[in-house]
Design a binder for this molecule. Structure first.
Ligand SMILES: Cc1cc2nc3c(=O)[nH]c(=O)nc-3n(C[C@H](O)[C@H](O)[C@H](O)COP(=O)(O)OP(=O)(O)OC[C@H]3O[C@@H](n4cnc5c(N)ncnc54)[C@H](O)[C@@H]3O)c2cc1C
Length: 403
């Protein structure tokens, strides 16, 4: 089969890997507009569920992702005038650039023709074209009516920045300014860099003059606002060299149909998921897994594309509901600002509104150092026991650390 992946993000590269693993005779081409090693954004977070899938579908790239991933424990919540509180949990993070380079190398090793620095104006002849060129998909927009594309904008403003300050763990920080509340979601993704996503209402954004400031001046203002958290380190906006800034409103993309003849949407081109639950990359990669499965069933292409769409719509629906509830919590954040610290952080963690009462009791008790250390130890043991059950993982056994 001749397959073209239009876009070399996580969806396109991972699908290319799976298509070659399924049949080395497949002629697979990935077309990516950026040069190797260049991408937007910073690190992304993910959890055990994605790792389980990655190890099941391609243990080789999974092992590289596992090795490169930053492993963090618990969440820290800081807010002006409140004590620091903690939320239980653990996760993983990885730079987008590192993830794409692992997947790009793996694809090339398997014989995929990965072409960088090329646009999509002329696609090579193919039996199957994967439109995986992201939320603003050019391929999709050429047939937007057919796909029934709808794009709605989130209310809040956000900017995806990086910083050389290495946060201890996943940290939410809320600062009260003269204009109102502004906050960040930050996490380390290697030993020298953290993701730093800043968010605020449009009113606060204008009042702090981010609508007028250049990328450099905007970062300088944010460094002042968040000085207590950055320990003198810089904030970096990738867009600084382009004359624009990275401030955006989240684009919620949906499509009524995902296929058009031999073209099929995948990842953000098909559906976006708000970053407040950090799952867009996972869903893009799981789309690739699902399409690879359905093609392996061996029926005709239209039937495989239909089963793929059906399966993925069902899988993403609950996460999209959660993402919407989560993003709406942040849009209403100032309403929660007067809560005492433990109730505030609990409201943040239960922003999808699904937790039973025992979670609140656990949250209260784990603000104390001894129960918190015990829970961290238990969760760390769970992380490693789950890791050891994965196929071909051959993971080294770590020393468990407490508190
Ligand atoms: C602020 C923010 C934080 C996020 N954090 C997380 C997180 O923590 N965890 C998580 O799982 N997800 C996160 N996401 C979501 C995640 O980034 C996306 O869902 C994911 O990248 C989608 O993968 P994709 O392959 O579908 O699209 P993309 O990653 O967007 O890849 C599309 C590729 O196509 C290329 N392309 C586009 N147009 C063309 C063209 N005309 N010609 C050639 N190439 C083209 C692009 O250069 C890009 O490489 C976050 C998103 C945002 C905005």
């Amino acid at each position: 089969m001749r397959i073209v992946c239009a876009g070399g993000g996580p969806a396109g590269l991972y699908f290319a890997v799976l298509a070659k693993l399924a049949d080395p005779g497949n002629a697979v081409t990935v077309l990516e507009r950026n040069p190797p090693g260049v991408t937007y954004g910073w690190g992304v977070v993910f959890w055990d569920d994605l790792l389980d899938d990655l190890f099941a579908y391609d243990p080789v790239s999974a092992r590289r992702i596992w090795d490169a991933a930053y492993k963090w424990d618990e969440y820290e919540v800081r807010a002006t005038g409140k004590a620091v509180t903690h939320l239980a949990g653990y996760g993983f993070s990885l730079g987008r650039q590192e993830l794409l380079s692992i997947l790009g190398d793996r694809a090339a090793e398997l014989g995929v023709d990965v072409r960088y620095s090329c646009d999509l104006s002329e696609l090579p002849d193919a039996d199957l074209v994967i439109a995986c060129d992201g939320a603003g998909s050019r391929i999709r927009s050429m047939d937007a009516e057919h796909f029934g594309t709808s794009v709605s904008l989130g209310r809040n403003k956000y900017i995806w920045l990086g910083t050389p300050h290495v946060f201890r763990t996943f940290t939410f920080g809320f600062e009260k300014t003269h204009a109102g509340w502004i906050w960040f979601h930050a996490y380390p993704f290697d030993d020298a860099t953290s993701t730093f996503i800043v968010e605020c209402t449009p009113e606060v954004w204008s009042a702090l003059e981010f609508d007028r400031l250049s990328a450099e001046a905007g970062c300088a203002r944010l460094e002042t606002v968040f000085a207590a958290h950055l320990q003198g380190q810089r904030l970096i906006d990738h867009r600084a060299g382009t004359g624009g800034t990275g401030w955006m409103n989240f684009r919620r993309v949906t499509n009524q149909r995902w296929d058009n003849g031999n073209v099929v949407l995948m990842g953000d081109a098909a559906h976006t998921t708000h970053f407040a639950i950090g799952s867009g990359t996972k869903l893009a990669i799981q789309d690739a897994m699902a399409l690879a499965d359905e093609l392996a069933e061996g029926c005709d292409l239209p039937a495989a594309l239909e089963r793929y769409e059906h399966r993925r719509r069902a899988a993403i629906a609950p996460l999209q509901r959660a993402a919407l509830a989560s993003s709406q919590w942040f849009e209403r954040m100032p309403e929660y600002a007067d809560l005492p610290s433990t109730r505030f952080s609990y409201a943040l963690s239960d922003r999808r509104g699904e937790y039973p009462l025992w979670r609140y009791l656990l949250h209260l008790s784990t603000q104390q150092s001894v129960p918190r250390a015990l829970l961290r130890r238990a969760l760390s043991a769970r992380r490693w026991s789950r890791a050891r059950r994965r196929p071909a993982a051959e993971l080294p056994v770590p020393l468990l650390t407490g508190g």
